[in-house]
Design a protein around this ligand. Structure first.
Ligand SMILES: [Ca+2]
Length: 261
């Protein structure tokens, strides 16, 4: 029954005492109900006006269990993706990098893990890592944030392989007389097949064989002694390179040097 004209009894009100419309929500101060007044089990989900709460912008129903997602790092790319056995700086891009992650390299053949020499967290999306990997092979990458959330790449992202090394000494390969045929060979080796390319100037009429490293032809065009300078780049199957500068001299005989009157 609604209260009319008389002070309420000092005994506690029950739900049945509250007639619709007599006690409205605006009569209940926000601080009237504290958690210590709510006995376990007294308030059910259906008693709550709002049946969901918002986590990270998304409504989450209170009717069931709530799973709060962990923020794990991800890997998007690494540069370079092929290195040799010397210490190399590698830039890793991804997401959710937290100061400062641990970075490891897992050899896919042996399963052995190697820890990065140094890790710099440039931003939440970029790491710069120094790595020294003495064993050639293919490596997966694992990144673990300080909170334990981690990512292991599903495939090998890094190749460790030897770069080409030059056999032929830098500098002069020799000379060829103007108008004459000549042949020179440059040699580099690696752990896979090597091809050759060059920048700079070869003597007129000369070409570089990209497979064999032979530089040959029949000279044309020189009217005075000329040093032809060029740089040959050896590239192996892993696209690893080594470059070396060479010179071929075209000589011009005295009879070709000028006109005697
Ligand atoms: Ca190689």
């Amino acid at each position: 029954m609604p209260y009319i004209g008389k002070a309420p009894a000092t005994s506690a009100l029950t739900a049945a005492d509250l007639a619709d419309g007599i006690v409205s929500t605006n009569k209940i101060a926000n601080d009237a109900v504290v958690s210590s007044k709510i006995s376990d089990g007294t308030v059910s989900n259906s008693d709550l006006a709002n049946s969901s709460i918002t986590i990270n912008g998304s409504p989450v129903s209170l009717g069931g269990s709530v799973t709060v997602g962990e923020t794990k790092p991800t890997i998007t790319s690494i540069t370079p993706d092929t290195i040799d056995n010397t210490q190399t700086s590698i830039v890793i891009t991804g997401t959710n990098f937290v100061i400062t992650p641990q970075v490891e390299f897992i050899n896919t053949s042996t399963g052995i893990w190697y820890t990065a020499d140094t890790v710099t967290r440039d931003s939440a999306t970029q790491l710069t890592v120094n790595a020294t990997l003495a064993v050639d092979g293919n490596y997966k990458i694992r990144i673990e944030n300080p909170d334990g959330n981690a990512v292991l790449s599903s495939t090998a992202l890094l190749t460790v392989s030897d770069a080409p090394t030059w056999t032929t000494a830098a500098g002069s390969l020799g000379s060829v007389a103007a108008g004459s045929a000549g042949s020179f060979t440059v040699v580099a080796t690696s752990d896979s097949a090597v091809t050759y390319s060059y920048t700079g100037s070869l003597p007129g009429g000369f070409t570089l064989n990209s497979s064999t490293g032979v530089i040959s032809g029949t000279e044309s065009g020189a009217t005075q002694e000329t040093n032809y300078n060029f740089t040959v780049t050896a590239t192996d199957a892993e696209s690893q390179t080594a470059s070396r500068a060479f010179t071929i001299t075209v000589t011009v005989g005295i009879n070709n040097a000028g006109q005697f009157n």
